[in-house]
Every structure is written in C-alpha cells, then in structure tokens.
Ligand binder design. Structure first.
Ligand SMILES: *[C@@H]1O[C@H](CO)[C@@H](O)[C@H](O)[C@H]1NC(C)=O
Ligand SMILES: *[C@@H]1O[C@H](CO)[C@@H](O)[C@H](O)[C@H]1NC(C)=O
Ligand SMILES: *[C@@H]1O[C@H](CO)[C@@H](O)[C@H](O)[C@H]1NC(C)=O
Ligand SMILES: *[C@@H]1O[C@H](CO)[C@@H](O)[C@H](O)[C@H]1NC(C)=O
Ligand SMILES: *[C@@H]1O[C@H](CO)[C@@H](O)[C@H](O)[C@H]1NC(C)=O
Ligand SMILES: *[C@@H]1O[C@H](CO)[C@@H](O)[C@H](O)[C@H]1NC(C)=O
Ligand SMILES: [Cu+2]
Length: 182
C-alpha cells in the first residue's frame, strides 16, 4: 500500500515534469520561461539544435574552428575533438588557426591533407599535400571547405611528423549530406 502510493506519487510527479518540459518546448520561442533562456541555449547548442531540428533556413553550412578555443596546437587530441564535434556536413568549412613563426628556431604549424587512413595512423607525410603553410593560420585562420562526401585526413606536417604523432595534431572527418525536410 505504502509502496503503491509512493510510486503513484512518483508517477504523478513525473507526469507534471513531463508536462512542464513539453510546455517549455512549445514555448521555446519565448525567452526566460522558467528561467530558461531558449535564445541563449540555442546559440550555445547551435550545431546540435540544427541537427535535431532540420529547418530549411538552418541547413546552411557552418564554419567550424578546428580545436575550438584551443585552435590548432601541439598536444591537444584532435581525434577526440572531431568525434565530439561531429557530424560534419558537406560544404561546412573547417578553420585552422595557429600562430605564425616568431623566429628561425620556432617550429610553426601547418596543415597537410593525407591520402588515406593508414598514412594518418602512421603520420606518414610522404604522399601528403600541404594545404596551408606556416603563416596561413594567422589572423582569421586558414579555411578549408569540405566539398565532397568523402573522408578527409588532416595532420600537421611540422617536424617531419612529430607534431602529428607526439602532438596528436591529426584527425579525419567524413562529411555527410544534411537531412532535408520534404
Ligand atoms: C537570452 O539570451 C540572449 C543571448 O544571450 C540575450 O540577448 C537575451 O537578452 C536573453 N533574454 C533574456 C530574457 O534574458
Ligand atoms: C525555421 O527557422 C527559422 C529561423 O530560426 C524560423 O524563423 C522559422 O519559423 C523556422 N521554420 C520552421 C518551419 O520551423
Ligand atoms: C600534454 O597534455 C597532457 C594533458 O592533456 C599533459 O599531461 C602533458 O604534460 C602535456 N605534454 C606536453 C609535452 O605538453
Ligand atoms: C556545395 O557547394 C557547392 C558550391 O556552392 C554547390 O554547388 C553544391 O551543390 C553544394 N553541395 C551541397 C551538398 O550542398
Ligand atoms: C632568419 O634567417 C634568415 C636567413 O636564413 C636571416 O636573414 C634572418 O635574419 C633570420 N632571422 C632571425 C630573427 O634570426
Ligand atoms: C604561405 O602561403 C602564402 C599564400 O600562398 C604565401 O603568400 C606565403 O609566402 C607563404 N609563406 C611561406 C613561408 O611559404
Ligand atoms: Cu604542428
């Protein structure tokens, strides 16, 4: 009996919660409901909002800064970053930002496109193509459009693969097509 009524109470509480969140969902265009600022939330979750609420005007490609606020640097896991920030879509732009060399002894970053997964795993740059040199990551950064539905393999080619290998400056993306409404 006691068991029953407490679980009954729980069910009612859940129903109320559910209703409240549905209401919040319906009124998602109003800011500040229940202290929940949906505009703010949408800005912060722009990517996932777009992906879960495909909408013609929100199907536009976006620019993504590689590494987010970490930019393109030594010793940051870009494989993890790419996993967390996917999926990527055809025509999205990746932006690589990194400082230009300060003197002749610095080992500045750059960006290489590798031919396949094996070369990425081995940090083998022998068949790779430089797409951005040491100075192109400055300022607004180097932009690369993911034009095709194909895997792309990126790495830093500095110090003959050391940045790629020891510095984890490598990742791959497989852009897909955006879902369409009707
Ligand atoms: C909600 O957040 C947006 C963006 O941060 C801000 O411009 C707006 O004033 C906020 N609205 C309320 C009601 O706090
Ligand atoms: C699509 O998004 C735009 C901009 O956020 C909004 O004004 C419009 O009402 C949305 N359309 C639909 C069908 O959800
Ligand atoms: C690389 O980062 C890890 C933490 O993510 C840190 O423990 C380590 O000391 C760093 N190594 C270098 C060479 O900066
Ligand atoms: C990508 O952009 C190009 C050039 O603007 C366009 O021709 C192509 O249709 C776009 N692809 C997709 C899948 O949106
Ligand atoms: C860098 O090297 C070049 C030639 O290799 C030299 O002219 C220049 O003075 C050097 N710069 C510095 C800051 O050492
Ligand atoms: C890097 O590429 C830019 C644009 O192609 C070029 O202007 C610049 O001279 C290059 N810098 C080096 C160090 O090769
Ligand atoms: Cu590097």
């Amino acid at each position: 009996m006691g068991q029953y009524s407490s679980s009954n109470y729980l069910a009612k509480a859940l129903a109320v919660l559910l209703f409240a969140s549905m209401l919040a969902g319906c009124m998602a265009n109003r800011d500040g409901i229940f202290g929940f600022n949906s505009t703010d939330w949408r800005l912060r979750h722009r990517g996932s909002w777009n992906r879960h609420h495909p909408n013609k005007t929100q199907e536009l490609p976006i620019k993504i800064i590689v590494g987010g606020s970490e930019n393109w640097r030594f010793n940051f896991s870009y494989t993890d970053w790419a996993f967390k920030h996917g999926p990527f879509y055809v025509n999205d732009t990746l932006v690589f930002k990194y400082d230009p060399p300060v003197d002749n002894n610095s080992h500045p970053h750059n960006v290489y496109l590798l031919p396949n997964l094996e070369s990425l795993m081995k940090c083998d740059l022998s068949k790779a193509k430089e797409i951005a040199n040491a100075t192109q990551g400055a300022g607004e950064g180097f932009e690369f459009v993911l034009e095709k539905r194909q895997p792309y393999y990126f790495a830093c080619g500095a110090s003959n693969g050391v940045h790629c290998d020891v510095g984890h400056m490598k990742f791959s993306v497989m852009p897909t097509l955006r879902a369409r409404l009707g």
